[in-house]
Structures are given as C-alpha cells and as structure tokens.
Design a protein. Structure first.
Length: 739
DNA sequence: AGCACGCCGACT
DNA sequence: GTCGGCGTGCTC
C-alpha cells in the first residue's frame, strides 16, 4: 500500500505556522508525485477558502490525521514561484520576522492570491459581426468616427483597443457600435513572438571615458555589487542601458527597480526606445490584471526587461542576468507595513544567490551603501562630469536669522525670483509641506487645531477649504470661532505649498505659477500636463514638495529656491540629517542642467551649522563621512544593527504592558550587554495615531546573527502569550523610520 | 487576520 | 421583540 502523501502549505494568515492538508480528492497518485514546491493550492480554512503556497509534500504530520481536510484544487501544475524565488521569500520572511504566508502573499500578484489561473490573457479585439459585414462601404456617414472604425475594420478584420485608440476613436464609439450589433468582442490571434534581428532599436551612445571606465569594472556572470555614484545628468542611465545590453546579448533578462514616484511613462519609454525587446513594467498605476500580465511576461521570459517599484524584486525571472536599483537611497524601497522588507537589501541577496551583478545608482547614496563601499564589500564607481557640459549650480546660503519674511520668502529671495522671471527663465521653489499651513492657531488664547484621533496638528487646506489630518485622513470644516475661547481671530500658522502658491501669484501676476504636490497631481495625467507645460520652456514658477525633486528633469530652470533648508536638521529620527542632505542635493541638482547655468538659494536659520556647511562646500561624500563618524560614536547603523518591536492598542496600558513583557522575555533570553542591548518601551514619536496608542522597544546589536536569534526566540515566546492577541504588534528589522 | 459564536443596550 | 456592539476562540 502506498504511503499517504500530505501537502504542507503556507497560508496568508498572521499565524506563524504551516498547515497540512490531504491532497484534492480527485487527484491521482501520479499527478501527486509531480507536484513541486511553489505550486498554488486552493484550500478550505476555517469557514473560509484561501490560496496557499505548497512548501513540500510529506508523509507524516504532527497533527491528528483525522483533523486534516482535503485541499480543494491545485490552481496550476506549474509552480507560481520557482524554487529559487520561493527560497528567497522564505529566507526574507525569516530575516524580517514576518509570517511566511504573509510574505508569500505580498510577493504574489493579487489575482493569483484570489485564485485566478496564472494564464496570460489574450488581448481583446473587436471585429465586425455578420450584420456589420453586410454594411456597404461608406455607411454610417453621419458619424465620422463610427464610419472611420467601420472602414478600419473592413480593411483589417481585427483591431485591438490600442489600435482603435491610435485612430483617435473614443471608447464610447466601440460601445455604440457594439450595442448596434455592428461589431463584437473577440480575441487576438495567437502570435508567435518574433525574435528581433537585433536587441537594439536605437544604437547605444558612445560612452565618455569616465562612463567607459565604470562600465568596464562591472563583471558579468558573477556576484558583484557596484555603487554607481554620479549626480543627476552625469550619465548613469547610459551605463545601465549598456550593462543591460550586455546581459540581453547573452539571452538573459534584466530587472530595474526605481523609486515609487520615479516610474513614469518617460522612464519606461527610455528603455523601449533603446531596445527592440519586450519591456514590462510593474507600478502602482496598473490594475490587478495588468499587473498579473506583466508578472507573467517576466516569468515566461517573454519580457526581457522588467522595470518596477519595490515589490518587483519578487518577480520570477528565469534568466535574470543583472539587477539595477536606481536612486538606491530612496526610502520607498523599504516597505513600511506588513512585510517590512527592503527591496534593496533583498536585491543583494537575490543577486548573490544567482551569482549576477547588482548596480546601485545614486548621487547621494545611503550611508549603509557608502559604508559597504568604503569597507570594500561593494565597488565604488564614480561619474563626475555633468552631461552636455552643464556647469554645476552656484549655491547661495541665505542666512534668514532676524530677517523679515513675507509668506516664508526673504526679500532677497523674492528679488532673485523676479529677476530670473524677467530674464525669461524658469524658477523652482521647494517646500516640503503640502496644504496651506501646517496648522490653525487662535491669536487670543493659543488654541491649536489638533486632530481628534492623533497627537498631531491638523493641516489647513485652502482648495477645498478644510482641516486635514495627514496621519489618519480625518477631515473637518475650518471653524469660524475658536472652539476654546470663541474668539474669531483664528490664523493659519506656518507655510505650506498652497500658501506659497497664492503669495507667488499675488507677486507675479503675469507669470504662470505651477504647484506640484500630491494634491495638485491627484487626477490622472495631471503630472503629464504639468510636465508638458513646463517643457514648453516659457517662464514660470514651479512650487512644490519632494515630488519636484525626484525623477523629473526641468531643463530650463535656472534658479532653485529652498524655502526651509533646516527641516530635518534637528529631527528626532537619527536619519533626519542624512535624508535632509539627500533631498537638498536632489533639489539643488534640478538647476542649470542644460546650457544655462544654475543657481540655488537656500534659506536657513543655521547657515553655519557644520552639516550644512560641509554638505554645500565640501560635497556629499564629506557630509556623509561626518554623519558616519557620528553614527560610529552613537552606536547606530551602519555600525550597529537595529530592530524595533512596535505595539499599538486603543488602551495605552495594554501595549505598554505587552512591551514590558517583551523586554522581560528578551532579558531572559539574552541579558542586555554592550553586544546586544534594549531600549524602552518608549512612546512612538506620534504617540497616538488613529485612536491607537503606539509604543516601541528598540534592539541594538553589534552583529546581525545574535539579534536574529533573539528575535526569533522572542517572537515565539510572545506568540504563545495570550496578551499578544490583544495587541497589534510587529517586528521591524533594519527599520528606516524610527517613529 | 477573518469569521463565528455569544451575551447585553437602543430602536425600525 | 430584534439589530448589532465587540470579547474570545479557532483555523490543518
């Protein structure tokens, strides 16, 4: 008698264990033998049904065999995840102390999780119905667009959605003709992908000497991490493109990760213009079906290049030959909830396992990466020259201590903006705070508009006029009278982009003022419209948040104004100064990119602060070295390894009690020592958020290994404790935000 | 996490 | 009389 085969499955629950199932009832023994890890399985779970990932088949279970239920179905015989990727995800779940099932489900496209078959969709097309075919040429004359579509279909038999769009026929016409019974939906013919004669659509550029030297240092076919260090416009992208060309020539695939706001149609177009191979993109603008399609194309090898944001690091690519991470210092590579992984760090692991090169590009590399380069673990490649012979911008630190500011602008700043506009140039004003003003204050009693659910002030917004909490989303009307003293003298306090926009409009009534922040670009295509307008090159003033600093090129901007260079200098988060430096340099880099030379004005109350001085007069490397020295003294990353145990509850005592227990347990596993020590429980930076009180316990270790060991044992202990069920808690390994 | 079951307050 | 509040218990 053959021994019973059981399925060990990881399910998307926070429960840190796997579940055993009997095979589906209709499954034959031979089919069962062929099952491999990574296959998706539909199973009953409690009163629900869910999709899990098969980890292995086995013959023994520690459960009562009577309790096992049969799985419902194997979704697809071919594994959704190949074994290398499955192992990477399981490794990451362990490293980040995240339940396996949760990690696996973050890594899988939503549709697969919902039980959809992992099949490529055939493109929908439209064709003429029998009735439609009976229509004479030149019919439907009264509607030119309808006639055009009819004519096109008479000529081409089948047209896809994009074919029709290319004829400038709106989607409503498709619906009208479908309703009239003239056309009908069908599928595209199965096309065999044609192998392009050349991988190039456009010949590669000739590399500069510096680019060539950098490129020559990249070794293919083996594990190697390169920090490609060069300012915006120094030609990093050309090095990426040629490195990609190299792996494509070997029949391999390339994975490119970019920051969340960096994945614009222009970015994708840049790769498509160069290469004649299929380029797939994974970004937040896609719907679930489009995501699955891009994912499937990468997995089948049809797509040779995949460009994506953070989660694209988990895409199966059977012939991956290189990983490139652009703007590697960007915070969006670390997920901030659920499975708190760092795509950049996992890229190092993935590249190492596959023995392929990884390129980390940045002009303002993270201190972790810089330190790795200094220690010789990564090679450090430099690109100094700015493309097109552009001169570096001239930096002016404007000391605003004691100066009268109108709407946040010093008089000199205002004059400089006016001069630049008069000379026919464009100006960029950077203020990293959206809304009209950070809060509302009562001039008579000092009342401040606090959020009823969080320990933060509510931001005043002007259009539409309301108070908005940027932490929980709570909104309310702006009061006419002070709720505390009934005074009507309520005034907005501080400066936001909306307010600066209004002030600039008032001062420069004949110049277009273009605001760029999350509010002004909320609508689809809003950003494209803005970019088009700016690229016309007419004089204008751009005012916006960090959205302006990342990714977009404004060739005609000759003056960059930074309203408040001090934000971040004294932040509670130890990474504040590092982030400030990266952001300021990025903004400053927007000036003078073309023939025109640029100028940057930084308004600051701390022009003589050593970090500010170093950053602007000695450069980023010196600035980074200064911070690194500090980090070494204060025992912080990258010299030490951190983890946080975060806990939140509606009643503060419970979260606090939970963390006290956690600390006690931690002490009993590893007594606190200089090698591995504990801090807390402490209240989070914003103690109450969305009506929940938040606390955290900090772990600081000289090495990764003991910290990981401690966390694993601690989580197990906590999981077994009843208190843990009454608390929303999570471990954050290598946290990027300490709040 | 979901989702059930289970025992106490204000309303169609 | 019910609808529904969230406490707690379970999921192979």
């Amino acid at each position: 008698m053959p021994s019973l085969t059981l399925l060990e499955i990881a399910l998307p629950t926070p429960l840190r264990r796997r579940f055993d199932y009997l095979p589906p009832e209709d499954m034959s023994e031979s089919e069962l033998q062929r099952l491999s890890a990574g296959v998706l399985v539909r199973v009953p779970f409690g009163h629900q049904e869910m999709t899990g990932v098969l980890i292995q088949t086995k013959t023994h279970t520690d459960q009562n065999i009577e309790k096992l239920r049969p799985a419902l179905a194997i979704i697809d015989q071919t594994p959704a995840l190949d074994s290398a990727l499955l192992e990477l995800i399981l490794w990451a779940a362990d490293y980040y102390q995240c339940p396996e099932g949760e990690a696996l489900s973050t890594a899988l496209p939503v549709l697969l999780r919902q039980g959809e078959a992992a099949e490529e969709r055939r493109e929908t097309c439209w064709q003429l119905t029998t009735e439609g075919k009976g229509l004479p040429a030149g019919a439907l004359k009264r509607s030119p667009k309808q006639a055009l579509l009819l004519e096109a279909l008479q000529a081409h038999n089948k047209l896809s959605r994009s074919d029709i769009a290319a004829l400038e026929i709106p989607a409503t016409i498709i619906k009208t003709l479908t309703d009239k019974g003239i056309i009908e939906k069908t599928f595209a013919d199965e096309t065999t992908p044609k192998t392009p004669a050349s991988i190039f659509r456009q010949a590669p550029l000739t590399l500069s000497d510096e680019q060539q030297i950098a490129f020559d240092q990249i070794s293919f076919g083996q594990f190697q991490v390169s920090l490609l260090d060069g300012a915006t416009g120094s030609g990093k992208t050309e090095v990426y493109l040629q490195a990609i060309a190299k792996v494509l020539e070997h029949g391999q695939q390339a994975l490119v990760l970019v920051p969340e706001i960096g994945l614009t149609p222009q970015t994708i177009a840049r790769f498509q213009k160069r290469f004649a191979v299929e380029v797939a993109a994974l970004h937040s603008g896609l719907n679930d079906r489009e995501r699955l399609d891009a994912w499937l194309h990468a997995r089948s090898g049809k797509a040779r290049i995949l460009i994506g944001t953070r989660s694209a690091i988990f895409t199966p690519m059977p012939a991956l030959g290189i990983i490139i991470i652009d703007e590697e210092h960007d915070g969006s590579f670390k997920q901030q909830d659920g499975f708190r992984y760092s795509a950049r760090d996992l890229a190092v692991v993935r590249a190492n396992r596959l023995q392929i090169p990884l390129i980390l590009g940045s002009a303002t590399a993270s201190l972790e990466t810089l330190n790795n380069a200094q220690q010789g673990r990564y090679q450090h490649l430099h690109l100094h020259a700015r493309a097109g012979n552009a001169k570096p911008a001239e930096i002016q630190l404007l000391d605003i201590r004691g100066q009268t500011l109108t709407e946040g602008f010093a008089l000199d700043t205002k004059i400089a903006i006016g001069n630049e506009i008069a000379a026919g140039n464009q100006v960029l004003v950077f203020l990293n705070r959206r809304g009209y003003a950070p809060t509302l204050e009562c001039h008579d009693c000092g009342w401040l508009a606090n959020c009823p659910h969080c320990d933060v002030r509510m931001t005043v917004h002007q259009t539409p006029r309301h108070l908005h909490c940027h932490h929980c989303g709570h909104q309310r009307p702006v009061p006419h009278k002070c709720p505390s003293c009934k005074s009507s003298r309520l005034q907005p306090l501080g400066q936001g982009t909306e307010r600066s926009e209004i002030a600039l409009r008032d001062w420069f009534p004949n110049t277009p003022i273009i605001r760029v922040d999350r509010d002004s670009t909320r609508n689809k295509n809003a950003m494209d419209k803005i970019l088009n307008e700016v690229h016309q090159g007419e004089p204008c003033i751009l005012i916006g948040t960090q959205m302006l600093a990342k990714g977009h090129h404004f060739a005609d901007v000759t003056l960059v104004v930074i309203i408040d260079a001090d934000a971040g200098l004294f932040s509670t988060d130890f990474r504040g100064p590092e982030r400030m430096g990266q952001l300021l340099l990025q903004v400053a880099g927007r000036a003078g990119r073309a023939e025109k030379s640029g100028r940057v004005i930084l308004q600051s109350h701390h022009t003589d602060h050593p970090l500010v001085q170093t950053l602007f007069f000695k450069g980023y490397q010196a600035f980074a070295d200064l911070i690194l020295q500090e980090r070494q003294i204060t025992q912080l990353p990258p010299f030490r390894y951190l983890a946080l145990l975060r806990a939140e509850t509606k009643r503060p005592e419970i979260a606090l009690e939970f963390l006290k227990l956690a600390r006690h347990e931690a002490e009993s596993i590893f007594p606190s020592s200089p090698q591995l020590n504990y801090l807390g429980p402490l209240p989070a930076m914003i103690e109450r958020r969305g009506d929940r009180f938040r606390f955290q316990l900090q772990f600081n270790s000289a090495q990764r290994k003991p910290l990981h060991l401690l966390l694993t044992q601690l989580v197990e202990k906590l999981d077994a404790n009843a208190l843990s069920k009454r608390v929303r808690w999570a471990v954050d390994v290598d946290p990027s935000e300490m709040g």
